[in-house]
Design a binder for this molecule. Structure first.
Ligand SMILES: Nc1ncnc2c1ncn2[C@@H]1O[C@H](COP(=O)(O)OP(=O)(O)OP(=O)(O)O)[C@@H](O)[C@H]1O
Ligand SMILES: [Mg+2]
Length: 418
C-alpha cells in the first residue's frame, strides 16, 4: 500500500463510532484498521485519574466498564454547535475544553492512519450531517468550523467537507450495475440523514455530482436519543424519575434527563451538581430511590447505565425478544427489562419523525415512490427493527437494501471529489 499525491483520506467522525478510508483517484476505497483489525472504533475518550495517558475507542470503553477511576467522554460530536463546546472540564490536574478533547480524538485517528499507511494523505474529506444543529444555520456553520479547527489542530492538512448521506450513496454506487434512483437513509448515533440521488456506473467518472443529488433532508435525532428515551422510561424510574414525593409532587426531573443523555452525564459529577442532587432527598417519599441516585452519581455510573441501555436496545432489536439489564453495580439484585413492545412504543414518536424526514426528502425530490428503485440503509440505527418496519410501511413498494452500516460513509468520503 503506497500513498500517492492523489490519494484522498475520508474521515467519518461519528457521534458513536468513527471510521476512515483512503482511495487513489479512480481506485477502490480501503477502510483503515483502527483498533486491531477493526475498521471502526467508538468515538470514546477515557482519561484515567491515577495515571497519565489517554485511551480511545474500545479500549476507552473497556477501561471505564472495568471500573478504572477516570473520566469518560462519549457523543462528543453532539457538542459541536453548542456553547458547551468551549467550556472546560477538570481532567486530573488540568482544565480541558471539549473542543480540545475532539482534537485529541482526531489526533489519535491521525496517528493511526499514519501508522497503517506510512503517512497521511494531504487531501482529507470529512463527513458532516445535513444539520449538526436543527433550525439554526449560524450554529450549524459554527459546528463545521469547530470541527475544521479541531482537524487542523490534530495535524490534518487540506480538509474539506461532504454530506454524510451523499458519501454513503457514493459508496453504494460502486455496487450498482445499472442506473438507479435511490433514497439513502443514514441513521446513526446523533443524526438521521436522507438523500435522494441518481446513481450508476456511468456517472462515477463525473467530477461534479451535484446535479445527481435531487434532495437532502436531515434531523438531529439518532440512536443516542433512542437510548435517552429508553433510559428515561426503564432505568430512571429506579432512581426516582416520576416518583411522587411527600408533598404529592414529582421529584424534579432535570437530573434524570441529563443522566440519560450521553454528552451531559459528565456535568452531573461536578460538586455543584452533586450538592443539588443531594438536596433532592426531601422530594422523595422512598429514600432508597434517592440513595440509588446518589450512588450512581457518586460512583460515576452514568455512562455504564447508558451503555447497558444501548446494549439492551440492540439485543432486543436483533433478537426481536426481551432484553434483560442486570444492574448489580447500583444495588444487589436490581434489574430492568426491555420488551419488544416497549421498544416499539417508546420509540414510536421519534421513529415517526425520522420516517417523516425520509418522506419529506422524496417529496422535495419531486418523485413518486414508483420512481425510487431502492432505499439504501446505512448507519447503526438503520438496523433497528422497528425503524425498518416503520420505513417499510411508509414506502410499501420500495425494497430496503442493507449496506455497510459502519464503514460506508468513510469509504464514500474517500471517493468524494469536493
Ligand atoms: N444492530 C443495531 N440495532 C440498532 N441500533 C444499533 C445497532 N448497532 C448499532 N446501533 C446504534 O447505532 C448507533 C451508532 O451508529 P453509527 O456508528 O452509524 O453512528 P455514528 O456514525 O457514530 O453517528 P452519526 O452519523 O449520527 O454522527 C448507536 O446509537 C448504536 O446504539
Ligand atoms: Mg454516521
Amino acid at each position: 500500500m503506497t500513498l500517492t499525491p492523489s490519494a484522498t483520506l475520508g474521515i467519518d467522525f461519528g457521534t458513536s463510532n468513527s471510521a476512515m478510508a483512503w482511495a487513489d483517484a479512480g481506485g477502490q476505497a480501503q477502510l483503515i484498521a483502527l483498533e486491531g483489525h477493526s475498521v471502526s472504533m467508538p468515538t470514546a475518550v477515557f482519561y484515567p485519574a491515577e495515571e497519565p495517558g489517554v485511551h480511545f475507542g474500545r479500549d476507552a470503553v473497556a477501561q471505564y466498564l472495568n471500573g478504572t477511576e477516570g473520566r469518560m467522554m462519549r457523543s462528543l460530536k453532539s457538542l459541536l454547535g453548542s456553547s458547551l463546546l468551549l467550556e472546560t472540564t477538570q481532567i486530573n490536574h488540568q482544565r480541558i475544553s471539549f473542543q480540545d478533547i475532539i482534537t485529541t480524538f482526531l489526533a489519535a485517528l491521525h496517528e493511526r492512519a499514519s501508522r497503517t499507511l506510512g503517512g497521511v494523505p494531504r487531501r482529507v474529506v470529512m463527513g458532516r450531517p445535513v444539520h449538526f444543529v436543527d433550525d439554526s444555520p449560524e450554529r450549524d456553520a459554527q459546528a463545521q468550523q469547530s470541527l475544521l479547527q479541531a482537524a487542523l489542530a490534530a495535524g490534518f492538512e487540506e480538509v474539506s467537507f461532504q454530506l454524510e448521506p451523499i458519501a454513503a450513496a457514493l459508496d453504494y454506487e460502486r455496487r450498482l450495475s445499472r442506473e438507479s434512483t435511490v433514497l439513502v437513509a443514514d441513521v446513526g448515533g446523533g443524526t438521521s440523514d436522507f438523500t435522494v440521488v441518481r446513481l450508476g456506473p456511468g456517472r462515477l467518472a463525473q467530477a461534479d455530482r451535484s446535479v445527481d443529488v435531487l434532495a437532502t433532508t436531515g434531523l438531529h435525532l439518532g440512536g443516542t436519543d433512542f437510548d435517552h428515551k429508553l433510559s428515561l422510561e426503564l432505568l430512571m424510574p429506579l432512581l426516582g424519575y416520576r416518583h411522587i414525593g411527600p408533598d404529592q409532587r414529582e421529584v424534579p426531573s432535570r437530573v434524570f434527563f441529563d443522566l440519560s443523555t450521553w454528552h451531559l452525564i459528565n456535568w452531573l459529577y461536578q460538586q455543584r451538581a452533586l450538592s443539588q442532587a443531594q438536596g433532592l432527598r426531601s422530594n422523595y417519599a422512598d429514600k432508597q430511590l434517592h440513595e440509588r441516585l446518589m450512588r450512581v452519581l457518586g460512583e460515576r455510573l452514568g455512562h455504564r447505565m447508558a451503555y447497558d441501555v444501548e446494549q439492551a436496545k440492540i439485543g432486543c432489536s436483533q433478537l426481536d425478544a426481551a432484553a434483560h439489564m442486570a444492574l448489580p453495580y447500583i444495588e444487589a439484585g436490581l434489574s430492568a427489562r426491555l420488551e419488544s413492545g416497549d421498544l416499539r412504543e417508546h420509540l414510536a414518536d421519534m421513529l415517526g419523525r425520522t420516517v417523516a424526514c425520509a418522506r419529506e426528502c422524496v417529496k422535495r425530490a419531486g418523485l413518486s415512490d414508483g420512481a425510487i428503485d431502492a432505499i439504501y440503509l446505512t448507519g447503526g440505527s438503520s438496523a433497528l427493527r422497528p425503524f425498518q418496519r416503520a420505513l417499510q410501511s411508509e414506502f410499501t413498494d420500495v425494497a430496503l437494501v442493507e449496506g455497510d452500516l459502519f464503514g460506508g460513509v468513510a469509504s464514500g468520503l474517500a471517493y468524494s471529489v469536493v
